[in-house]
Design a protein around this ligand. Structure first.
Ligand code: FES
Ligand code: FE
Length: 341
């Protein structure tokens, strides 16, 4: 299953502090914990099951000692080092645990204020370019931009439905009327769509939509040009650059943890330059916009995105749906089964 070979965001980094935290990815219960050393803040993601008698490691605690950081199981107090190996069995202190006394360790790293986990290394067949790491998000990595994390948003729909909504400019005038669009200016330009070869993602240049208030401080509407990228089947980036009349550059990455076929958790990583709003104001704006999307997106049936994987697609398309059609082809090329039908 290719989904297990991809990196997925599982939790905001700031939620993993001194205590272990429980989480789940693709049905796999995880314990996340952090090594708090002098300059070591590494995050670990393991199966949330002690190799001794199966207790949940997330009920345990992190011990910091001379030997470094260890995760202590809540049941018999076995201590596990950062690589997952058991280092100490309190009931038999002279026992030297063999290598098999080891937690089930997954790859984990932090990116864009989130912890990303991959459940399985890529199989023999190499993954498409760009999928062997968490998606890059150019301005999000640039300290000259201010980055704000919004979410998590738990949603009763599939991750692909949510990505498709994010790529869809033609709902702005209706779902976000007065905010991101206007009913009387509903026409959009889908721009040029580049579909990567060999499973690489999409790039959409010069997509245009009318915005009633293009940026904070603007007093009239304007056509706004957007650039979209889909670097990962469950992530997309929208970018709007400053122009002569508009001092604000924005890039918003939607990243999603697929929680099942019809369930997902999303975050937005917003990177801005030239925006004078506070972090709290940016988050409140994103919360409000997302609250407008939620009822419509959760109302879509089927919740899995019809890409023709298991049945002919019964949804019909209009000329403004070119980007969503390209996204569906991308999922098909990659063989994404989770959240599609
Ligand atoms: Fe974890 Fe026994 S179940 S130490
Ligand atoms: Fe929307």
């Amino acid at each position: 299953m290719i989904e297990q070979q991809l990196w997925h965001p599982v939790i905001a980094s700031h939620q993993v502090r001194e205590a272990p935290v429980a989480c789940a990815l693709l049905g796999q219960p995880l314990v996340l914990w952090r090594e708090q050393g002098h300059d070591e803040h590494r995050v670990h993601a393991w199966a949330d099951q002690c190799p001794h008698r199966g207790a949940r490691l997330s009920l345990g605690r992190v011990l910091i000692g001379l030997h470094g950081a260890r995760l202590e199981c809540p049941y018999h107090g076995w201590q596990f080092g950062g690589a997952g190996r058991c280092q100490h069995v309190p009931a038999a202190p002279d026992f030297v645990p063999p290598p098999a006394h080891c937690a089930n360790v997954f790859e984990a790293q932090e990116r864009h204020g989130l912890v990303w986990v991959r459940l399985r290394p890529p199989a023999a067949q190499p993954l498409a370019a760009g999928l062997s790491e968490p998606p890059a998000f150019a301005p999000g990595d640039d300290p000259a931009w201010r980055t704000v994390l919004c979410g998590p948003y738990e949603l009763n729909t599939s991750a692909p439905r949510l990505v498709e909504n994010f790529l869809d400019l033609s709902h702005f005038g209706f779902v976000h009327e007065g905010w991101l669009g206007e009913r009387g200016h509903a026409q959009v330009q889908t721009g040029t769509v580049e579909e990567g070869v060999d499973g690489a993602g999409l790039v959409v240049r010069d997509a245009r939509a009318w915005q009633p208030r293009a940026y904070a401080g603007a007093d009239e509407g304007a056509w706004i040009a957007y650039r979209y990228e889909v670097p990962h089947p469950f992530a997309a980036v929208l970018r709007k650059d400053a122009t002569a009349g508009d001092p604000v550059s924005n890039a918003i990455a939607l990243v999603i943890r697929p929680d099942g076929h019809e369930l997902c958790t999303a975050w937005f990583v917003m990177a801005t330059q030239g925006d004078t709003s506070t972090d709290q104001e940016l988050i409140a704006f994103q919360d409000a916009v997302f609250a407008q999307d939620r009822p419509v997106v959760e109302s879509q049936t089927p919740r899995a995105l019809p890409i023709g994987r298991s049945a002919p697609v019964t949804e019909v398309h209009g000329p403004a749906d070119r980007v969503s059609s390209a996204y569906r082809r991308y999922l098909n090329r990659l063989g994404i089964a989770l959240g599609t039908c």
